[in-house]
Design a protein around this ligand. Structure first.
Ligand code: CTP
Ligand code: ZN
Length: 154
């Protein structure tokens, strides 16, 4: 029998197969931060047949939009989304890497206009390379690779 790391939920969004150790970044991308009121269950570094170890995040009572969920692909490209109603999964899908993301990543170029006083929404173009995801700043062209470091913390 399969052991459950965290209990099942009645209604809401389950994000499964998150790369081990990335659950906190997933929460950041979903803007669930210190002081947020969502009921969140999570597990880090639990055993997984497919991945060795993985993280899981369950947000109860909330159906997160597909667009917002796809941003998770930036740091957890294998994540699976399960939408739950009355304890049943009514939709299951894999995250898809978006072509562009707005308001998710910061540009490391200190002279970039997004790091000035101008009120500009940060925007990156995203592509998949052999060794991972690469994002390019829409405004200055700077390319970034280890995206973890650039996830906006607000
Ligand atoms: N889940 C939940 N609450 C429910 C139903 C499912 O939290 N009422 C969670 C499960 O704990 C699991 C995920 O949703 O983390 C997917 O459930 P399920 O498809 O039953 O598990 P698997 O077959 O292992 O999923 P997959 O095929 O995606 O590996
Ligand atoms: Zn820039």
């Amino acid at each position: 029998m399969k052991e459950l790391a965290v209990s099942k939920i009645k209604e809401g969004t389950v994000i499964d197969h998150i790369n081990a150790g990335k659950a906190l970044l997933v929460l950041k991308i979903l803007r669930i931060i210190s002081g947020s009121r969502e009921r969140v269950l999570m597990a880090m570094n639990v055993p997984s047949r497919k991945m060795g170890t993985k993280d899981i995040v369950k947000v109860e009572g909330k159906f997160i939009s597909e667009e917002e969920l796809n941003r998770i692909a930036l740091i957890a490209p294998r994540a699976t989304i399960n939408l739950i109603k009355d304890y049943e999964i009514y939709k299951k899908f894999k995250v898809v890497l978006p072509e562009t993301v707005e308001g998710v990543l910061t540009c490391p170029n200190r002279y970039c206009i997004t790091n000035s006083q101008e009120p500009i929404l940060r925007k990156f173009h995203v592509t998949m390379m052999d060794d991972g995801v690469v994002a390019r700043c829409h405004y200055c062209g700077r390319k970034i690779k280890e995206l973890d470091k650039y996830v906006i913390s607000t």
